[in-house]
Design a protein around this ligand. Structure first.
Ligand SMILES: Cc1cc2nc3c(=O)[nH]c(=O)nc-3n(C[C@H](O)[C@H](O)[C@H](O)COP(=O)(O)OP(=O)(O)OC[C@H]3O[C@@H](n4cnc5c(N)ncnc54)[C@H](O)[C@@H]3O)c2cc1C
Length: 563
């Protein structure tokens, strides 16, 4: 399984090219972040994406705290936080009959500047060093694409498609095509990862199906075929006088829609329901629905449309076979309530990246790659389920007949709808979903017999019980414990110098496993972790903890890397 492939691929008529270590098919956010995780461990990859440009159409706007922690680990969180909305733009969600009509409810949420101040003033053991970030995927993906160009181990080929591949047992051979001129190149790689989205040809060629639940299809919003329309509305903020929102939701008997601010100036993404999956987006009709949502006559430019399906909770029956693996939407499809889809995919990439590095560099054991599916599939089921539960509540909003009337009946109807909507804050928080993923039953987690905290979608309880995200600690002004962890495994020594860590360092060197030893003489760290020694994986999950070094360090390292 540890093949470092450099042999010549078999003849196929396509031009042959030097081998790479990993071929990533799909340059959406998950494929690009996988390439970065691999590059952080010096693994070479080729990433192909059939579209010649990074994403040009807006999509999701929530980068959750865990994704931002991964971006921090990769050194890109700070510049990403400067993208999208202005720093002082609030991230409130406002519910209106029409944007110029009655305000029904408002979920107040902070601007980037306010979040930054809160982080600076947080106590040392605060668990959210990277608050949730609202910014459209389109801007972030353009940044990721530009960043990839500067990473030497990444050969980034946008405008190229993977047209075929074959798992040869000891390597994968694949044919990629330059879509600008039809030139085909055959290359060999140790592993191929399909990050090719919901229509994944890689998944279909493997014969892997999604299972789970589809949309009910009967509700007026977020239940079945939808269209996301990119709009430019220069006079929006002059006409809509309510305090600024990140999301403007229209809730009335005529239209139920969601308008998300993109740049805080004139650009928006407008999500509304289509009658059927076959309906082609009709710009004139969609503009009428937008104007009905706004309740005002506005000049509107339509930049583009993209259709999508709401209400799904689908997970692939398997996350790959042999040397071909899947990640991101290729393995799970969400309804966007909660904004969990891409974020779950970014976490897949963090889990898979170090395991692939371990395999091609020879420090991963025979069963390591199987743990990608056994660790991540339960998280996909957990997160798609959480999104679907949130989504159902969104579709069931009570909308009384008098909701827009300036009368006692209207007041009562608005009060009823407003009270219902005011309970929606979990859709925009869900810290337990974001930070609480755990791998307790994984064979590469060395449990210590303690019980993990209860899995609660809304709350995250820090715990160094092996299997969970390593608890966070601020060390110095603006320096997080996460900034000091190594790119490979890290042994946290909280013993105040009492532990003898050289044995584990020797075992790691003998295995070729990258290990950083980080000694911290801080009582709050010892209290937070409730032990003297902690072995943290490259994806920042706790693999093992104890109060003394294990007698056989090599056996521990074999256990946490799959044999
Ligand atoms: C309206 C909406 C709102 C959303 N909001 C959020 C949100 O707030 N937060 C969140 O986390 N998620 C959100 N999501 C989900 C999120 O957009 C997806 O989960 C995410 O884009 C998946 O990323 P990916 O890289 O797996 O796949 P994709 O983004 O689909 O990228 C796949 C890429 O593969 C390429 N490709 C396909 N086949 C080939 C091939 N043969 N060769 C080469 N390239 C190929 C495609 O061109 C594409 O660029 C939302 C989705 C929608 C529709």
């Amino acid at each position: 399984m540890n093949a470092q492939v450099d042999r010549k691929p078999e003849a196929s008529g396509a031009e042959a090219q030097a081998a790479t270590q990993i071929l990533i098919v799909g340059g959406g956010p998950v494929g690009m972040v996988l390439a970065m995780n691999l590059a952080a461990l010096d693994v070479r990859s080729v990433i192909v994406n059939s579209d010649p440009r990074p994403r040009w159409h807006p999509k999701g706007s929530t980068h959750n705290s865990r994704t931002m922690e991964h971006y921090r680990r990769l050194g890109i969180a700070a510049p990403i936080r400067r993208l999208g909305l202005p720093a002082d733009y609030p991230t409130d969600v406002g519910y209106f009959t029409r944007f110029t009509g009655w305000e029904l409810a408002r979920l107040a949420m902070p601007s980037e500047r306010e979040k930054n101040i809160a982080v600076r003033n947080a106590p040392a053991t605060d668990q959210v060093p990277e608050p949730i970030f609202r910014c459209n995927q389109m801007y972030v993906e353009r940044f990721l694409y530009a960043h990839l160009q500067g990473l030497a181990p990444v050969d980034c080929r946008f405008g190229w498609s993977c047209v075929d591949w074959r798992d040869q047992g000891d390597r994968v051979t694949a044919v990629i095509e330059d879509l600008s001129d039809g030139r085909r190149v055959e290359l060999a790689c140790a592993y191929l990862v399909g990050c090719d989205g919901g229509q994944s040809a890689t998944r279909r060629k493997l014969g892997i199906r999604y299972s789970g639940e589809g949309p009910g299809g009967s509700a007026a919003y977020l239940d079945g075929p939808m269209v996301a329309t990119h709009l430019r509305v220069p006079d929006f903020y002059a006409a809509v006088r309510a305090p600024r929102c990140w999301q403007y939701r229209a809730v009335n008997r005529e239209v139920h829609s969601n308008t998300v601010a993109l740049d805080g100036a004139a650009e928006f993404i407008f999500n509304t329901r289509l009658k059927s999956a076959d309906e082609k987006p009709d710009s004139a009709h969609i503009v009428r629905r937008f104007l009905a949502s706004a309740g005002a006559a506005l000049d509107v430019d339509v930049i583009g449309h993209s259709t999508w399906i709401a209400g799904r909770a689908l997970v692939a029956e398997s996350f790959g076979a042999g040397r071909v693996l899947l990640a991101g939407d290729a393995t799970h499809l969400f309804t966007p309530a909660g904004g969990f889809g891409m974020n779950t995919g970014i976490d897949d990439a963090a889990n898979l990246g170090w395991k692939l590095a371990a395999m091609v560099q020879g420090w991963g054991g025979a069963s390591l790659l199987q743990t990608y599916e056994s660790e991540r599939r339960p998280i996909a089921l957990r997160n798609t389920g959480a999104a679907r539960r949130l989504g159902v509540s969104v579709t069931e909003v009570p909308i009384g007949a008098a909701i827009e009337a300036d009368s006692p009946e209207g007041f009562a109807a608005r009060r009823e709808t407003g009270a219902y909507l005011a309970n929606f804050s979990p859709e925009f928080a869900s810290l337990g979903v974001q930070l609480g993923a755990r791998y307790d039953n994984s064979p590469i987690i060395a449990g210590d017999g303690t019980s993990p905290p209860r899995d609660d979608p809304d709350a995250y309880v820090p715990s160094a019980c092996p299997g969970g995200r390593t608890p966070h600690l601020w060390l110095d002004d603006g320096v997080s414990l996460f900034d000091r962890l190594g790119p490979g495994f890290t042994l946290l020594d909280l013993s105040g110098g009492a532990a003898e860590t050289r044995g584990l360092a020797r075992a790691a060197a003998a295995r070729g496993l990258p290990l950083t030893i980080l000694a911290l003489d801080r009582p709050e760290a010892r209290d937070l972790y409730a032990c003297d020694l902690v072995l943290v994986r490259p994806d920042q999950h706790v693999a093992w903890r104890g109060n003394r070094m294990p007698d056989d360090g090599a056996a521990l390292l074999a256990r946490v890397t799959g044999g």
